[in-house]
Design a protein around this ligand. Structure first.
Ligand code: SF4
Ligand code: SF4
Length: 371
């Protein structure tokens, strides 16, 4: 591993999955460019996009690559094997497409994307580990790694089989720290044992910890720090040993400013603050909210076109709402799409869900909104 610390002066990385949008649904490149300016000015360097994030690679070309010298930032992107990718050729073509879309010339970090039990063999089958090494030898990739949503035993297996990966990207946040479905803590320990620096994704769990459940809010409010809920989540992760950078998927200038306010001169949580996090973890473990991050990985291949995350959002928001309003919201999100009762239990969505949610049984419970 070479000079990572030189590349990353600040431990905050700019995640480009949820960029600001214009009214027509396209990415707001002007606002993204303003966010890029602030981020670089504060000492940030790490940008994280992916072939699979719609419009993101093109947007970062306009907002960053065409506006700054290539050696003033580092760019990460990813190659995915999802339901759309049906051959080795399709998969390898992603690399070329990402180079064209970004016009970055090379990638500082390149990842095999979202490996888990249900898909990791495809990356072997299509010889993608050899492919990324080949691209690295050609100088088109500086560091290669993989992002991971699987269990600790699979992580061990992959790191033993591929000891020369440069880094690993993991979902780490205080809510999933001991969650057996995500295993943030154990997976981080495994990477440390193998000497692999970790890039953190989902430190605020897809935004859930930026606006947490009321019991968690009360715990943080009692501390009267005036800091945002997201800041607790990001600082918790950034203070862990072995972290290269913490990605925050920022969607507005306000979010960028908030993140920079505590990450520019980062201070890890102190003992009292860590105890506060423990209380928040306890409150979350007692909560029944569906921990869906609205990533939409599940909806792509759903044969019944069921808006799974939107239905779960209705379920999560129903607490304290009158019944008629919940049913009306359900009708709005399912109009022109599949309903919970249309699910044929094919299992495609559960195989794709990085949070390992029991989607089929959760949808069954949501059928009550149809009555
Ligand atoms: S199990 Fe149900 S919700 Fe999931 S992909 Fe199949 S039909 Fe869609
Ligand atoms: S159910 Fe899972 S895959 Fe679908 S949006 Fe939620 S977290 Fe993502």
């Amino acid at each position: 591993m070479d000079n990572y610390s030189v590349h990353n002066k600040m431990k905050l990385g700019f995640g480009l999955m949820r960029l600001p949008k214009l009214e027509d649904g396209s990415i707001d490149v002007a606002q993204t460019a303003d966010m890029v300016d602030l981020f670089l000015e504060a000492g940030g360097t790490y940008f994280d996009t992916a072939f699979a994030y719609p419009g993101s690679e093109e947007a970062i070309r306009k907002a960053l690559v065409e506006r700054y010298p290539r050696d003033s930032y580092t760019l990460a992107t990813k190659l995915i094997c999802n339901a759309d990718i049906r051959s080795e050729e399709d998969a390898k073509k992603e690399f070329e497409t990402s180079l064209e879309r970004t016009n970055a010339g090379y990638f500082d970090y390149y990842l095999l994307h979202a490996l888990q039990r249900t898909n990791y063999f495809k990356y072997d089958e299509y010889h993608l580990w050899d492919f990324v090494k080949e691209m690295k030898e050609k100088g088109l990739i500086r560091h290669y790694g993989f992002s991971f949503h699987g269990d600790p035993a699979l992580l061990e297996e992959l790191l033993e089989k591929h000891p020369d990966v440069d880094f690993v990207q993991l979902q780490i946040n205080y809510a999933d720290w001991e969650n057996p479905g995500v295993a943030s803590k154990t997976n981080l320990e495994i990477c440390r044992k193998h000497g692999k620096p970790v890039v953190v994704m989902e430190p605020v769990k897809g935004g859930i910890l930026a606006d947490p459940i009321d019991t968690v809010k009360e715990i943080f409010d009692q501390m009267s720090t005036g800091l945002s809920y997201a800041s607790w989540a990001v600082r918790f992760v950034a203070g862990q040993e072995g972290i290269l950078v913490v990605l925050s998927g920022m969607s507005s200038l306000e979010q960028m400013k908030d993140n920079l306010s505590y990450m520019k001169d980062f201070e890890p949580l102190n003992e009292e603050e860590m105890k506060t996090i423990e209380r928040a973890q306890q409150a979350i473990s007692e909560d029944k909210t569906i921990a869906c991050t609205a990533c939409h990985y599940c909806t792509k291949g759903c044969p019944m076109n069921i808006p799974i995350p939107e239905i779960f959002n209705v379920e999560n928001r129903k607490k304290g709402s009158p019944e008629f309003r919940t049913k009306r919201e359900y009708v709005i999100v399912t109009t022109g799409k599949g309903k919970a009762s249309d699910c044929i239990a094919c299992g495609q969505c559960e195989a794709a869900c990085p949070q390992h949610l029991p989607i089929i049984s959760l949808l069954e419970k949501c059928r009550i909104f149809e009555g």
